[in-house]
Design a protein around this ligand. Structure first.
Ligand SMILES: Cc1cc2nc3c(=O)[nH]c(=O)nc-3n(C[C@H](O)[C@H](O)[C@H](O)COP(=O)(O)O)c2cc1C
Length: 188
């Protein structure tokens, strides 16, 4: 696949096979992430991959996040709410769950630069996963249990979990949701 095909083929997947992900593939995913651009080349990201007992603990922690679903997402239709409750309870059975961490910033510009840089690394990784026939789903619903996740991933106090990324072989092929193509205004 060329780059545009990979971009077109990438989907957020929420159902995974238990098939283990080869370590060489993982290395290529994180090498792609590491090659991303970042503000002043700060490279604020670090990827923490939960396997084994840590994967279990992260799963249990994320299952707790469903307590917040009805509280904070009252606008979702019932079917989506029920799906979300099931999905966060088992994270689509993803064999690997990575946390992306970054230094905690107080200054607004530092925060902006940090989160955008982390997003660049995440997208590199998502595209690399697509090229490797793997699939991912980024999650920021992790926000509701961020302190427990920081403990589960043994983060130092000066770093925060920005997002989780589920990684594995997909067992579903989601239809692309509508993507608005009217995203540009040219100005003379
Ligand atoms: C910053 C960010 C946060 C996201 N958080 C979640 C999430 O918490 N739960 C979830 O199911 N999907 C999450 N997603 C995936 C989006 O729902 C998905 O990208 C979007 O619906 C478009 O679908 P596509 O990725 O297949 O194009 C997130 C994506 C991004 C970029």
């Amino acid at each position: 696949m060329d780059l545009y095909e990979v971009i077109g083929a990438r989907r957020s997947v929420r159902a995974f096979s238990p098939k283990p992900v080869e370590r060489e593939k993982l290395h290529r995913l994180f090498a792609a992430a590491a090659g991303a651009p970042s503000a002043m080349n700060s490279q604020p990201w670090h990827f923490h991959v939960a396997m084994g007992a840590t994967r279990e603990r992260v799963g249990q922690t994320m299952a707790q996040s469903t307590l917040h679903l009805r509280e904070y997402i009252g606008i979702l239709p019932q079917a989506k709410l029920d799906f979300a409750e099931r999905f966060y309870a088992d994270l689509g059975q993803a064999p690997l769950v990575a946390a992306v961490s970054a230094p905690i910033m107080s200054d607004d510009l530092d925060k902006l630069n940090t989160y955008i840089s982390v997003g660049c690394a995440m997208e590199n990784m998502l595209l690399a996963a697509t090229a490797e026939d793997l699939a991912c789903c980024s999650l920021t619903f992790s926000f509701w249990v961020r302190d427990d996740l920081a403990a589960a991933f043994a983060l130092p106090e000066d770093r925060e979990v920005v997002a989780l990324i589920l990684i594995g072989y997909p067992v579903e092929k989601p239809v692309a949701p509508p993507h608005n193509m009217d995203v540009v205004t040219y100005l003379d």
